[in-house]
Design a protein around this ligand. Structure first.
Ligand code: HEC
Length: 266
């Protein structure tokens, strides 16, 4: 036992294992249990620290000719000795398999919820640029409510909804389209009391125009699949779709008076 722990190779291995334990578990998970404030170290940083430790170990080991020879000895023996063929064979399979597994774990898509919470209705910007034009969102009403006929707008909106939104938001507007199960977060359910009636039409315009990519920081890091429709739909087409959504869901939009009373909270 004493010989084993006195051996430079074992010492080097122990330093690496202890280092990994400190960076991966002690700092992030064990210290907080004792009231020390700290956070888990990100994988990439642990990797960098471990590289530093490895370089340190190799420097120390190679600083003295004798120690370096002793350190290398077990590695050399495993690689060339006849009686180590079995172990060699196992390592030749195990090491590539381990690296393959690590690479797989790294690229495998994860469906777990991100560690941070997502704000479903983040505060909208006061103004946006839509197709190169500045639009003031605060106080903005749906202009189509005061022009043309409701039937006309409904027809335009219905056609756009059927063509573009049904696959995700569903025929019944309940967020249950054919593709919906593939997304996290799931497509919005327009029949839920927490969506359309709680939102001003200008808010909905912003979300349709800018989609998931236009969400502010608090709406991420959940990657919303909601497309930005600005490149495909004209301003009035979006307003008509919004009329269709509200009429079809049988609800009325939140007004700017209500918005003012509650301090613009979404
Ligand atoms: C590829 C799937 C997909 C398509 C197609 C799609 N959406 Fe979405 N939509 C989503 C997802 C997912 C969310 C929820 C995440 C978010 O808020 O960005 C969402 C959210 C929304 C919201 C925000 C609702 C709220 O409560 O804040 C609106 C409004 C919306 N979609 C309208 C539309 C309209 C209108 C169309 C068609 C022109 C459309 N979407 C097409 C996936 C989609």
């Amino acid at each position: 036992m004493k010989r084993l722990f006195g051996h430079p190779f074992t010492q080097g291995a122990v330093v690496l294992v202890v280092g990994f334990f400190i960076f991966e578990y002690l700092i992030g998970y064990i210290l907080p249990l004792f009231g020390v404030s700290s956070a888990p170290v990100p994988r990439s940083v642990v990797f960098q620290y471990m590289l530093t430790v490895l370089v340190g170990v190799l420097l120390y080991m190679s600083a003295e000719e004798e120690r370096w020879a002793a350190f290398r000895e077990p590695i050399q023996r495993t690689m060339v000795d006849r009686d180590k063929r079995g172990l060699r064979g196992v390592l030749m399979v195990a090491i590539p398999a381990l690296i393959g597994w690590l690479a797989y774990e790294n690229v495998k898509p994860s469906y777990g919820a991100p560690a941070t919470l997502r704000s479903v209705h983040p505060a909208p910007p006061n103004q946006i640029t839509f197709r190169g034009q500045t639009m003031e969102l605060t106080g903005l009403e749906n202009p189509l409510r005061h022009e043309g006929s409701l039937e006309e707008h409904m027809a335009v909106g219905r056609a756009i909804y059927t063509r573009n939104c049904v696959p995700c938001h569903g025929d019944r507007l309940d967020g249950d389209g054919h593709f919906s199960a593939a997304f996290n977060p799931i497509p919005a359910d327009f029949t839920a009391p927490g969506t359309l009636p709680q939102l001003t039409e200008s808010y909905v315009f912003w979300r349709v125009a800018k989609g998931g990519p236009g969400l502010p920081q608090e709406g991420t890091p959940w990657d919303s699949a909601m497309p930005a429709w600005e490149p495909f739909l004209e301003e009035n087409e979006i307003w008509a779709t919004i009329i269709y959504l509200y009429e079809q869901a049988g609800v009325t939009p939140r007004t700017w008076e209500e918005e003012g009373e509650e301090g613009g909270e979404h």
